[in-house]
Ligand binder design. Structure first.
Ligand SMILES: OC[C@H]1O[C@H](O[C@H]2O[C@H](CO)[C@@H](O)[C@H](O)[C@H]2O)[C@H](O)[C@@H](O)[C@@H]1O
Length: 571
């Protein structure tokens, strides 16, 4: 299927099938409109649209060169200070509304009654499960043929297969969101759609060397938490199609090496990774917002550094959060001007890289490639040693991000502090000890006291990845991580939090008939807010996590009405 897919798209790399050796070799022609330059700057700074992302998602009516030429003529004719009306007219004349490149797509493998529904006893929850399964049809998108023929007219990155999008303003695929979307699809018995999305990512790695943050050219300088190998593992676990993993190995190795080579830092004698971006300038999709926060800096170099910190935080998926603030005193009190993402060694990224290496070794073992298996086992062990020596904190009883500027651990709660549990990045012989430490860390931070789930941090900054917001992927990492420990107390808490999350999401859904991008830790059934855009609905990863937990815990959720049990239990 991948080779079939390859023939569908214009690769634009030197030779059709080779994996791009270097990210720079891939050049998106439409980047001159959507990624940088005077046109982008002038239109975005004019604030023609409420949401800055709108403009960069619009299709060109003329080729990029002609558009730039005519824009230059406009600038010259207006003494380089066009009015808002001039710019609005230019946009109307040269761009089509956003989203015209995408068609609604009903997944061909969608079925009305996937078997996970049979595992839900409560009739209200079963009905909800059915409605969530229906939402896959609302979130399905297919690119029209013109995108494949004339990619330079679009900011969307062409991919061969249809996708499930997160929803709301996010009308293209997102890298890490797709991990939880794909797991939900697999529970909904939509293996073809799931495989198609994975193959899209593989084709992207083949074309450009890595997977960008999302499916738009303006995300070209950054990725997101590397979960492609985890997606392949999920697919293989559901289908037993080992050959799929074996055939994917070349691409998976390439993505792993890309991440390690482009994100590595030396800390306390270990090679670990940080989130990092390789482009220049503000985020195209939030251009004005970034220029405004950069006003706090005097020199072009300092502004450029700030842009880089913002984009590196976006690469982490947690844009934005006090998790990435380091102020003059070395604490997390501050605002966006204190972003120091590139100087913080994150627990999650290094755990995911460890997991990638372990899984690649596992897939090589399936293929009988003993040397390769040993090579990747060694890489995994080296990362594990770094995670233990640099990120495990005996005093806190948990893993902590590491501040390279002040050379100290960052003792602030983030769910990702528990990411090693999710990927088993610890010595299994230490399980009992780790379980006891982590449970007392949870108690010390009072994480079981929130009716709406485990908050992303304990600090209220107004940023969307801070208190009181709660995000489905983070609940998943914590809950599944605790379950992996397999000690009675950790298993009990894991199940309690999974059920609480399902019930709270159900309450939010019954109140407003929406699945949200983020929720509110302080309010049972409340949705999240804050950050630079309004709360979005849809919503891919939230649906994926609920479908998985309805499937796993559907029978235990049968007591009562299926409603507010967890909230009541806490009040
Ligand atoms: O437009 C602002 C930012 O939006 C995205 O980030 C948020 O939505 C993504 C899709 O659900 C999600 O992956 C990410 O974790 C969210 O913070 C985008 O990924 C950012 O790069 C972008 O600047």
């Amino acid at each position: 299927a991948l080779s079939q897919a390859k023939s569908l798209i214009d690769y634009r790399v030197d030779n059709e099938n080779a994996i791009a050796k270097d990210v720079e070799t891939y050049n998106f022609e439409s980047c001159q409109i959507y990624c940088y330059g005077e046109l982008l700057k002038t239109i975005q700074m004019a604030k023609l649209f409420e949401d800055s992302k709108t403009f960069v998602d619009m299709k060109l009516k003329q080729a990029p060169a002609k558009t730039l030429e005519d824009f230059e003529l406009l600038m010259e004719s207006k003494n380089r200070t066009p009015s808002r009306e001039d710019l609005q007219k230019f946009v109307d004349d040269y761009f089509s509304p956003k989203g015209t490149e995408l068609e609604l797509w009903t997944p061909t493998d969608w079925t009305a009654n996937p078997s996970f529904l049979d595992r839900i006893t409560d009739p209200d929850l079963k009905q909800w499960g059915q409605e969530l399964n229906n939402i896959w049809k609302d979130l399905g998108r297919k690119m029209n043929d013109d995108v494949l023929k004339n990619p330079e007219y679009y900011s969307i990155i062409p991919v061969p297969n249809p996708v499930i999008i997160p929803g709301g303003r996010f009308i293209e695929f997102y890298y890490w969101d797709s991990y939880w979307i794909i797991r939900g699809l697999l529970h909904s018995e939509m293996q073809d759609t799931a495989r198609g999305m994975i193959e899209n990512f593989m084709s992207i790695v083949q074309r450009i060397g890595f997977i960008p943050n999302g499916g738009r050219v303006y995300y070209w300088g950054r990725s997101q938490p590397p979960l492609l190998t985890g997606m392949v593992k999920s697919y293989v676990d559901f289908t037993n199609d080992d050959l799929f993993a074996i055939n994917a190995l070349e691409v998976l190795e390439h993505e792993f090496e890309y991440f390690v080579n482009n994100h590595s830092v030396q800390v306390k004698g270990h090679n670990l990774a940080v989130y990092r971006d390789s482009s220049t300038g503000p985020r195209p999709e939030s251009y004005r917002e970034d220029v405004e926060t950069a006003e706090n800096f005097d020199t072009p170099e300092a502004k450029e550094d700030h842009y880089s910190e913002l984009k590196s935080a976006a690469e982490s998926g947690m844009d934005f959060s006090s998790r990435w603030f380091i102020n003059e005193n070395g604490t997390n009190v501050g605002n966006l001007s204190h972003l120091r993402t590139r100087s913080i060694v994150p627990v999650d990224l290094n755990s995911f890289l460890y997991w990638n290496a372990k899984l690649i070794a596992e897939f090589h073992a399936k293929a009988g490639n003993v040397d390769k298996m040993t090579e990747y086992e060694k890489k995994a062990q080296t990362l594990l040693q770094g995670i233990q020596d640099v990120l495990w904190n005996e005093e806190a009883g948990c893993w902590l991000d590491y501040d390279m500027i002040n050379e100290k651990p960052r003792d602030y709660f983030v769910p990702t502090n528990l990411a090693p549990l999710f990927v088993k990045a610890y010595n299994i012989s230490d399980t009992e000890k780790i379980s006891a430490s982590v449970l007392s860390y949870i108690e010390k931070n009072k994480l079981d006291t929130f009716p709406g789930g485990v908050p992303n941090t304990l600090y209220h900054t107004g940023e969307q990845w801070d208190f009181p917001n709660v995000w489905a992927p983070m609940q998943y990492i914590v809950v599944e991580g605790l379950a992996n420990l397999n000690t009675p107390a950790a298993k009990e808490l894991s199940k309690k939090w999974a059920l609480r999350w399902v019930k709270s999401n159900f309450k939010a859904y019954t109140d407003n008939f929406h699945m949200y991008e983020k929720y509110n830790a302080e309010e049972f059934g409340g949705h999240g807010g804050g950050g630079e855009y309004g709360v979005q609905t849809g919503f891919g990863w939230s649906n994926g996590v609920i479908i998985e937990w309805l499937s796993k815990h559907g029978r235990e959720l049968s007591e009562g009405s299926g409603g507010g049990g967890a909230g009541e239990e806490l009040q």
